[in-house]
Design a binder for this molecule. Structure first.
Ligand code: 1GP
Length: 256
């Protein structure tokens, strides 16, 4: 089978959109809302131009909650619904795809590869499209840094971040995610994003702590291709700050 044929429709669609410039993904935590409210939030985000809905975030999401939320969101929007897993319990056939991600700087091998070995056959059986991703936690890392038993990359350690990102690409991962941690006081430093982007040819995702238009703009100017926000819409809905972030993404697309 050629490499081309392994890339599924969700990934092809995202790559197609990326050709026109950066995109935004909205992270929704199924544990923090009802399926109906999550679907309404997804609709609002999609209307403002978000390119996909990621479902995940909390530890210990139940399969039932994930199924119900994925079903509701998938029924509400045309953009793809992508699982952002915290473990095998996140796997649902109700979503379109899953970020099949290795937490590269975890000390816990379960999160690097063992859980993947235990869940890959189920993912295939569910018909879920897998997007292979290298996931790298940058300080402060917040909850994922703790739960993920991570040796977080120091915010000044640009070479460390470049090393992880390029290793992911050389291992064949088609997406790289620099994560400062949900609710981080500041996003990944733009200078780190710029450096990582300069060594990568696969798309670079950046998330954690993005709360304002100017923060989004700085990351986009540094070369982030996908911005992920969760907390802002969770706390305020698709309000002014969420809109400001989406406006920056739209503006950056206009510049390409
Ligand atoms: C978490 O990067 C995402 O994995 C989103 O972070 O909740 O801070 O937007 P925020």
């Amino acid at each position: 089978m050629s490499r081309e044929t392994r890339v599924g429709p969700v990934e092809r669609g995202l790559l197609e959109r990326l050709r026109q410039g950066p995109i935004h993904l909205t992270l929704i935590d199924p544990e923090k809302s009802t399926p109906e409210k999550s679907a309404a939030l997804a609709r609002g985000a999609a209307d403002l131009g978000s390119a996909g809905i990621m479902l995940g975030g909390s530890t210990g999401i139940s399969r039932e909650q994930m199924d119900a939320t994925a079903r509701a969101v998938r029924g509400a929007v045309r953009i793809p619904t992508i699982v952002f897993p915290e473990g095998p319990g996140s796997i649902t056939s109700e979503a379109h795809a899953i970020f099949f991600m290795s937490l590269l700087n975890s000390r816990n091998l379960d999160l690097v590869i063992r859980t993947h070995a235990r869940s890959s056959l189920l993912i295939r059986a569910c018909g879920l499209e897998a997007l292979p991703m290298g996931y790298v936690v940058i300080a402060p890392g917040m909850r994922v840094g703790e739960v993920g038993q991570v040796d977080a990359v120091d915010r000044g350690d640009v070479t460390g971040a470049e090393g992880y990102a390029l290793a992911a690409e050389l291992l064949g991962m088609r997406w790289v995610y620099l994560e400062a941690g949900s609710g981080a006081p500041a996003p990944v430093p733009p200078e780190m994003v710029r450096a990582v982007r300069s060594v990568l040819s696969v798309p670079l995702i950046v998330g954690g702590g993005i709360r304002s238009g100017p923060e989004a703009r700085d990351l986009l100017e540094a070369g982030a291709q996908v911005l992920v926000t969760g907390t802002i819409a969770e706390a305020e809905g698709v309000g002014p700050r969420f809109r400001a972030i989406l406006e920056e993404v739209t503006r950056a697309r206009g510049r390409q």
